[in-house]
Design a protein around this ligand. Structure first.
Ligand code: DAH
Length: 355
């Protein structure tokens, strides 16, 4: 038997018997390591008689390939076996009910934001975000609220530097600016998020939530704004009819501007939304001021649109019968357990928002 055949037969049977990776790797280095048997055979090619050299080299290559392939196959096989063994041990039965786990609850504000996003996404709005720490320009100046404008005083701003250039955004309106600066019209976006003002009582918190809306396109008018808000309020409160009124107002970034009230009545100490003869203000809105469009390099002759800003916390309080705004931020586990929502029950338009 030639030496090559002997090597091959010896290692084939060794390989057959081996069953773990370290053994196989040992075989591999015995054959192909620096001083491995096959490697040594290759060194012999140079000293072999010329008449036999060609045949020897060809046989050696065949055997080398064969052994290498077998070793690789064996490694794959053993690795697979080991993975399967591991998986067998770590098996998780995903069909088991998770009833025994203690589940967290979704905060009513998060739930309300999800509901709002779901409603607006249905009519083509996408969601944008902006940072809580804003610059003065985006928060005020670009929104047509220059220095010394009286509207600035109404915002009780938290400034973060002495020059009053950096601040905690007082509303979500700066996201309008960020959105319009980074892209070209048309725009149809909402921007929910945190906002900050130095104010605190039963209906005001220094940190609260708003959702901004912005729709810019050709020939957009107040009728579109009214239709959009009417649809939103009905969907949000899950009612077929809603009493709603637009009251003339003033915001520097819209012209004309309006505040929207919805009708309500008190029944057994509870607020019933959509009926009655009392009015509750829930949002500010209007047609985007031409100066705002100019500030973001949009020609107001070509593009117009509407914007709105809704107080999220107030909507959540109304819908879920929560009467103190501060309780939202108390981190009281019992409160959250009572008012919170099932984390697995994500609000969608088709399955129902708050069920
Ligand atoms: N930013 C206003 C506020 O916080 C709310 C608002 C009013 C937003 C009118 C708008 C708007 O986009 O058009 O009081």
């Amino acid at each position: 038997m030639s030496e090559l055949k002997k090597i091959k037969d010896e290692f084939l049977s060794k390989l057959k018997e081996s069953s773990d990776l370290s053994e196989i790797n040992k075989i591999k280095s015995e054959l192909f390591g620096k001083n491995g048997l096959i490697s040594l055979q290759f060194k012999k090619i140079g000293i072999i008689a010329e008449s036999e050299r060609k045949q020897f080299a060809s046989d050696l290559n065949v055997i080398k390939d064969e052994l290498q392939n077998l070793i690789n196959l064996k490694i794959d096989k053993v690795e697979n076996l080991e993975i399967n063994k591991k998986l067998e041990k770590e098996k998780v039965d995903i069909t088991l009910p998770e009833r025994s786990f203690v589940r967290g609850k979704i905060h009513p504000v998060s739930q309300t934001i999800d509901e709002i996003s779901s409603i607006f996404s249905e009519i083509g709005f996408s969601v944008e975000e902006g940072p809580d720490v804003e610059n003065e320009y985006n928060n005020f100046t670009a929104l047509n609220t220059p220095d010394n404008h009286p509207a600035r005083d109404m915002h009780d701003t938290f400034y973060l530097d002495e020059k009053k250039q950096i601040l905690l955004r007082t509303h979500t309106s700066p996201v309008q600016i960020r959105t319009m600066l980074k892209d070209k019209p048309p725009f149809k976006i909402i921007a929910p998020g945190r906002t900050y003002r130095s104010d605190s009582d039963q209906t005001h918190a220094p940190m609260f939530h708003q959702v901004e809306g912005l729709h810019i396109d050709k020939n957009i008018n107040m009728g579109h704004l009214k239709g959009c808000l009417n649809y939103f309020i009905k969907e949000f409160f899950e009612v077929d009819k809603i009493k709603m009124r637009f009251r003339p107002s003033h915001f520097p970034f819209t012209e004309p501007s309006a505040e929207v009230d919805i009708g309500y009545e008190m029944k057994d100490g509870k607020i019933i939304v959509g009926e009655g003869d009392k009015w509750l203000e829930i949002l500010g809105c209007g047609m985007v001021h031409p100066n705002v469009l100019k500030n973001v390099k949009i020609n107001p002759k070509n593009f117009q649109g509407y914007a709105f800003g809704i107080g999220i916390d107030r909507l959540a309080m109304l819908k879920y019968g929560i009467n103190d705004l501060r309780s939202f931020f108390d981190c009281d586990y019992r409160w959250l357990n009572h008012f919170g929502f099932d984390p697995l029950d994500v609000p969608t338009n088709y399955r129902g928002l708050s069920r």
